[in-house]
Design a protein around this ligand. Sequence first.
Ligand SMILES: C[S@@+](CC[C@H](N)C(=O)[O-])C[C@H]1O[C@@H](n2cnc3c(N)ncnc32)[C@H](O)[C@@H]1O
Length: 258
Amino acid sequence: MISATLRHQRELNLGSAGRWDDFAGHRRRVTDLILGHRTGRPSSRLVVLGAGNCNDLELARLLAGFADVDLVDIDTEALAGAVRRQRLPDGARLRLHGGVDLTDPAPDRLERLSRGDVVVSTTVLTQLLDVALQAGATGPELLTVRDDHLRLITGLLAPRGVGMLVTDVVSSDTCPQLRTTGTGGLGPLLAEVVNGGNFFTGANPFAIERWLSTSPDLRLDRFGMAPPWRWDIGDRSYLVSALAFRKQAEWRTINAAG
Ligand SMILES: C[S@@+](CC[C@H](N)C(=O)[O-])C[C@H]1O[C@@H](n2cnc3c(N)ncnc32)[C@H](O)[C@@H]1O
């Protein structure tokens, strides 16, 4: 039986499948950032969570940069349509993992995804938060949804692998000046919306960075936030942030004797 989450996401994905041109700037930015985190290992592996229509991914460039690319989404048809539209064969180097609910990943599906050199979540966090909000989740419960997603990303990383959370933070619905703010003004605008509490609950990148950097069990050792950018889609704009974090080289145990 088709779940309510899948039905909802499929409707959204069908609505945006044909909007390739609208995604051009956003797609270039996301793809460039991902490629910037390549490790240089010949067998490097990229895992993308929430790949869906892949309107935000230049798959040919990603395949040139990584030995293997794993695309994960709850919506199997969106993934299949994406590789068709970008005219790429789904094969050994490009693997599609449709039907995976990131809020309830079955261990065997996750096992096949583990140890990415780069693991990216592409604007799926706010979808997860929105579904939880519609189901009546309150502030602390939304933060649990956020933290579970961050744990999922970090859990999929190989040692020294880089995780990246790409998330929309606020839209022009509540921040109309976003529509007319130039590139140089987007950093200050991000600080302003966060300070004013005008952002999607759970999507504050500074709070996320704080949480990640103060959770030693996640074993992360480097953090970096890219300058935010604007993603215009139709008559709505989103302010988007990308936060990268690196998994430690190995598990550091504390020697009780010293
Ligand atoms: C805003 S879209 C991301 C944009 C997408 N990469 C594109 O270019 O079209 C969010 C994606 O997350 C997926 N998604 C939402 N909830 C999910 C869940 N619980 N598990 C897995 N994927 C989910 C949706 O199907 C959708 O493809």
